[in-house]
Design a protein around this ligand. Structure first.
Ligand code: SF4
Ligand code: SF4
Length: 551
């Protein structure tokens, strides 16, 4: 496809697990269906990152339908690794660790929410590889998957969506047209599926235009992750099929720790590679905090270090996760539908992450299958799609599961991890505590466990293999530079310079600028954490951004 398309029956924005599951389900139901998936990345899975533990049933049903011999296929052997050991640790200081898996087991037997945090029988998988595999299946069924096409807006006429607008190509840094300029086309469609991932730009514009509402603010976390190739002995001693989730040091501890939500992860990814990451709620308070500093401390903890010492980081990346759960789902206030008329919102774009399980990929796939079935049923009445999709989500159990974890993250955000986590066992008996957007939580306080050496962001960005055209316009906009100079820098020291995992922001003389936009990893943390809500992330030309292969 060369981009000369202007009408499709079904348009899916985002070729991640949710969007591809929708396309595959629809094509299996109706091989004649005209379905096109557009994605801003240069190749399948390049923008998909997650330290993923995946609950199998939804994926199994999708694959059984699409490719019945899948279990024997090469991609299945490469991508899916069974979890055979599942540890939850509490790290105390730099050297002590306590295995608290027994407490999770006890919570499970008592039917408490925390009991959902078990992973036995799940898969550890690279989401970028899973996405590449699903792309292959979708294409084999005749789905048009177009890489390198960025969407910047959705056309909403007040009652239905008529299409989307692609990003212009060939503008120079000043926004003037180069010789290769091509205006972004408008692609019209009968039905539109938004599956862009977390904090999708088109999704958020649609929510505003169509008047959808959340009953609480969406809360985010950011995950920074490295894939480390270790020796045979280290990998063997860590254990094939093992997942570790760690709370406590270095982001909070009951007595001295700063009050942050999150923790470290270690997953055995096969081929002697261990994924090591740190996930931190964006409602962190210290103005000099950078999740990569916490990752450094985690990697040097006495439990973690022996498994990765002298290992080589072969890939790295960063991504936000939507954590607000049930109360942060965008709904039509009149109908409670997750979408409106002929538009459906899927996966992380809707926020189907269950924070009690620390998992959302199964729901992304499930929501994709629900959308695929919906299109098949509503092809003659596209305006019924959002209501049928919501009904399908209810029937599939996605919404029930989301409701079971409804107040967990809000309780932690409102009262801090120390009080909020125990309080959250009251589950649905708790009210929907109002939470401020993450960016409002920053204080002048300092992160107490800063490592001695500065994190090497250049190497991190280099192994994420991110790139953008050096001559294209900057896609990061600081709305009011004077706020940086007069308010933020004196008060907080310009936190975007510290927390951006790719070192995009710099202070040039006295001015804070997005000086290195070509390094951007598309994590969108800056848009949600700038304490003055002063940054807007826009979509760059297609094909820019990271090139994750095994993340
Ligand atoms: Fe502060 Fe935001 Fe300006 Fe960065 S962009 S200096 S975080 S106000
Ligand atoms: Fe993430 Fe913003 Fe930095 Fe890009 S500029 S890597 S979106 S924090």
């Amino acid at each position: 496809m060369n981009g000369n398309f202007n009408h499709v029956s079904v348009l899916i924005v985002g070729a991640g697990p949710a969007g591809l599951s929708a396309a595959i389900t629809l094509k299996k139901a109706d091989p004649q269906a005209e379905v096109c998936v557009v994605d801003k990345s240069a190749g399948p899975g390049f923008h998909n990152l997650s330290g993923a533990v995946l609950e199998p049933p939804a994926l199994h049903r999708l694959l059984d339908m699409a490719s019945p011999q899948w279990a024997e296929s090469e991609p299945a052997k490469k991508v899916l690794h069974k979890v055979t050991r599942d540890d939850v640790l509490f790290l105390w200081g730099k050297s002590m660790s306590f295995n608290i898996s027994w407490a999770i087991g006890m919570a499970k037997s008592l039917g408490l929410g925390f009991g959902q945090m078990t992973h036995h029988g799940d898969y550890i998988c690279s989401v970028s590889q899973l996405t590449a595999w699903l792309t292959q299946i979708a294409r084999s069924l005749g789905v048009e998957v177009l890489q390198g096409f960025s969407v910047e807006d959705i056309h909403w006429d007040g009652t239905v969506a008529t299409g989307v607008k692609l990003v212009d190509r060939g503008l120079n840094k000043d926004g003037h047209k180069n010789r290769n300029y091509a205006a972004g086309e408008t692609v019209t469609a009968d039905m539109i599926i938004l599956a862009e991932g977390c904090d999708g730009l088109v999704t958020e514009k649609f929510i505003e235009k169509a008047g959808l509402k959340r009953t609480n603010n969406q809360l985010y976390s950011v995950g920074v992750k490295e894939l480390i190739k270790v020796s045979d002995e280290q990998y063997k001693s860590f254990g094939e099929g093992r997942v570790v989730h760690a709370m406590g040091y270095p982001i909070w501890s009951p007595i001295i720790g700063p009050s942050m939500f999150g923790g470290g992860i270690m997953y055995a990814m096969g081929d002697n590679k261990i994924a090591v990451g740190m996930i931190v709620g964006l409602d962190w308070k210290p103005c000099d905090f950078n999740p990569q500093d916490a990752l450094t401390q985690f990697k040097n903890h006495a439990f973690v270090k022996p498994f990765i010492d002298q290992g080589q980081a072969v890939e790295a990346g960063a991504k936000m996760i939507p954590e607000g759960g049930f109360h942060a789902l965008p709904r039509d206030p009149q109908t409670q539908n997750i979408g409106k008329a002929n538009v459906m919102i899927l996966g992380d774009s809707a926020g189907f992450v269950n924070m009690l399980k620390i998992k959302g990929l199964h729901n992304a796939i499930e929501s994709g299958m629900a959308a695929g079935k919906t299109v098949f049923q509503c092809i003659k009445n596209p305006a019924d799609a959002a209501s049928e999709y919501t009904r399908q989500l209810e029937q599939s159990g996605v919404l029930k599961e989301m409701e079971s974890a409804a107040n967990f993250r809000q309780a932690v955000a409102r009262f801090g991890p120390l009080q909020g986590m125990p309080l959250s066992v009251l589950g649905r008996c708790l009210p929907n505590f109002h939470c401020e957007p993450d960016y409002k939580e920053m204080t002048r306080g300092k992160y107490r466990l800063k490592p001695r050496l500065k994190f090497d962001k250049d190497t991190f960005t280099a192994i994420a293999a991110t790139e953008h055209g050096e001559e294209e316009p900057c896609h990061l906009h600081i709305l009011h530079p004077e706020i940086c100079q007069k308010q933020c820098t004196p008060k907080f020291g310009g936190p975007c310079i510290t927390f951006c995992p790719a070192g995009v922001y710099e202070q040039v003389q006295t001015i804070v600028k997005a000086a290195n936009p070509s390094n951007c990893l598309h994590c969108k943390t800056c848009q949600r954490k700038c304490p003055f809500d002063n940054i807007r992330w826009t979509v760059p030309e297609g094909s820019g951004g990271p090139r994750y292969k095994t993340m």
